[in-house]
Write a protein that binds this ligand. Sequence first.
Ligand SMILES: [Zn+2]
Length: 387
Amino acid sequence: MQAFVNARIITPFEDIVQGTIIIEDQKIREIGPSNKIAVPPNTKIYDGINKIICPGFIDIHVHGAKGHDFTEATPAAINQIIDFHMAHGTTSFLPTLISMPEHDAVTALEQLPQAWSKTSFPSSFLGIHLEGPFLNPVYKGVHNSQALCLPSVEKIKTFFDHSAKTIKMITLAPELPNSIKVIQWLKRQKVVISMGHSDATYQQVKEAVQNGLQHSTHTFNAMRGLHHREPGALGAALNIKQISADIIIDGWHVHPTMIQILCRQKEKKKVILITDAGSVCGLANGDYTLWGSKVRLDEDKVFTLDSGKLAGSVMTMEQTIRNFKQFTQCSLTRAIQMATYNPAALLGIENQKGQLLPGNDADLVIMDKNFHITAVVTHGKIITIKT
Ligand SMILES: [Zn+2]
């Protein structure tokens, strides 16, 4: 057994000023104020004084890091991506696949779950987030227009089967022909259906929600904006209660004021922080090729050289939490909930991850007072300590 004692613990529903967590067999055994918990003999004790402990972060939209993209789908590439993001607090991933030609998509979907099981952290895999290919070309962002196609139940079935049913989330444009049928099919498979890269009207989103759409991908980016006579996809994301919304917090994709507006508009449990980090994340400033486009990384921003469009982010969850606190002046517990409990609840795994409770997985982030990560625990194993 292992115990962290005298730390500030954010569960995130409780803020324990001086708390203890006992870990046994990859799970949390006990948690509470240090003066109420007796640490059993023969427990390895870590002093948590001046530290903040919270659940490990769950990133539901991440493509890569350190020059690697999840589409490579090899254990070596995945290991490098996990190593990088884990050191910044992400203990669970929905590896996100960008739109690809059908044959490439099928190969990646087949190989990714198998390859992940051969990495150093097999349990960090929560399933695949398929971003595309049923996206609207008008809002394609950096997706290759050749790879986009109209929604088809037959196609999504093929993808789902080749992934060994590990697709847990899909981003699609609900206004495209046939999308309602695809949404209905996906709902039956319990896949989280999110709108994104979409030109949908308010009414089209409403209809999709009635059929199972429940989320909005990188809200504000790559979607029809607000208009006072046609609230559009963004108006729907802000106004329809059932929709939860994720958002990139790098300060480039969305202005801090818009992040504040989203947080005022949505219920606390309906906002989720993502990185949308691409392979350029973790690399030095310079010019790179990303998803077939020439891009430049400069000032923490990646943009294409031909059109100047933003091309994913170079964010980590650690920086996301710090930015979010700074941009919204919200409490630490609220910021942490949006990176832990909320994504777990969206995926229906909140009784396993995303909150510190006895019986849940021992996935922890340990930070100093300035919200810099000093250690990460994944399934009871301490993987990194920085001094
Ligand atoms: Zn993305």
